[in-house]
Design a protein around this ligand. Structure first.
Ligand SMILES: Nc1nc2c(ncn2[C@@H]2O[C@H](COP(=O)(O)OP(=O)(O)OP(=O)(O)O)[C@@H](O)[C@H]2O)c(=O)[nH]1
Length: 296
């Protein structure tokens, strides 16, 4: 594998919320590492997924969704983080939903780098029956930005993803692989642990509440073969804390037990997990607080 013609580089996936960025990345790397949901704005953290081949390694950077309607400090930080990401990758995948070019998409287009190859990825083509309409749509998009290439895909159905990779590959610089070939994500086990807890929050609290919550590792220790992990779930209000904990602590206990079992399976070791709820008022507007979270 260590041949001199090896190519390896960074690829950013951008687009407005809900176009299918997480779904796309999950399929490209072949394992679920970030949560997808019908609701917008589920990927608050940047996720790096890696796809390794015989002669190339693609390191994907999934960027947080743009929130165009409810601007607050959180979203300014997210937008800046997207700009920083884009100026630092070898290729950008700009994802659109077939036949939908909205104001929010145009806001993302405005942030696309002029001096990096940007490939237009038209997703959800399974929803479009008329080929001519699709061709017209692509023309319309091409008028908005000078894309290096275009590919139509269905991320959800894994359709034409190999063709997409074929178009990205030439943009990766000649370099040895930066990661071992069995590595799916360079996000640490810490990150995966928070994703597991987030997934349980969505499962047990419904679709609404988890958007007002954030999950943070407070302690991570190795004791012999075992991990000792403390995770805080930060909520805006006391009432949300109450819902999270549930009657007699039942709900939080269930979330914590299921998360522990998933972690033990994923990390292949015993896990001592403690999950608790904390109130942090207005955390979404507190930029300094976000910085502590490594989000800016
Ligand atoms: N029909 C169809 N639906 C898709 C396709 N790809 C993604 N979706 C759906 O679109 C919705 C949003 O997908 P996500 O991958 O969460 O979108 P995202 O762009 O990562 O969203 P944010 O994390 O909010 O930025 C989900 O319900 C997906 O199942 C596709 O190719 N076809």
């Amino acid at each position: 594998m260590m041949d001199m013609n090896y190519h390896c580089g960074f690829v950013a996936i951008v687009g407005r919320p809900n176009v299918g960025k997480s779904t796309l990345m999950n399929h490209l790397i072949g394992q679920k590492v970030s949560i997808t949901s019908k609701k917008a704005q589920t990927t608050r953290h940047r996720v790096n997924g890696i796809h390794t081949e015989e002669a190339a390694q693609f390191i994907f950077v999934d960027t947080p969704g743009f929130q165009t309607f409810h601007r607050n400090a959180l979203n300014d930080v997210l937008n800046q983080s997207v700009k920083d990401t884009l100026s630092d990758v070898d290729c950008v995948l700009f994802v659109l939903e077939a036949k939908r070019l909205t104001g929010a998409d145009r806001e993302v287009i405005a942030l696309l780098p002029k001096h990096r190859p940007v490939i237009l990825v038209v997703n959800k083509v399974d929803k479009v029956k008329d080929k001519q309409e699709l061709a017209d749509f692509i023309e319309e998009c091409r008028a908005e930005f000078e894309f290096a290439d275009v590919e139509v895909v269905s991320a959800k159905h894994g359709h034409r993803l190999a063709d997409l990779l074929d178009k990205v590959r030439p943009h990766l610089p000649e370099s040895l692989p930066l990661y071992p070939d069995d590595m799916i994500t360079d996000k640490s086990e810490r990150f995966l642990a928070t994703e597991i807890v987030r997934e349980k929050l969505f499962r047990y609290l419904g679709e609404e509440l988890p958007y007002a919550m954030t999950v943070e590792v407070e302690l991570w220790e190795t004791e012999g073969e075992m991990y000792r992990i403390h995770i805080a779930v930060l909520v805006d209000r006391d009432s949300q804390k109450g819902i999270l904990i549930g009657k007699g602590g039942e709900k939080l206990k269930k979330i914590s037990t299921e998360a522990r079992l998933d972690m033990e399976q994923m990390f292949e070791r015993k896990v001592f997990l403690k999950v608790w709820a904390k109130v942090k008022s207005g955390w979404a507007d507190d930029v300094r607080f976000l910085k502590e979270f490594g989000l800016s």
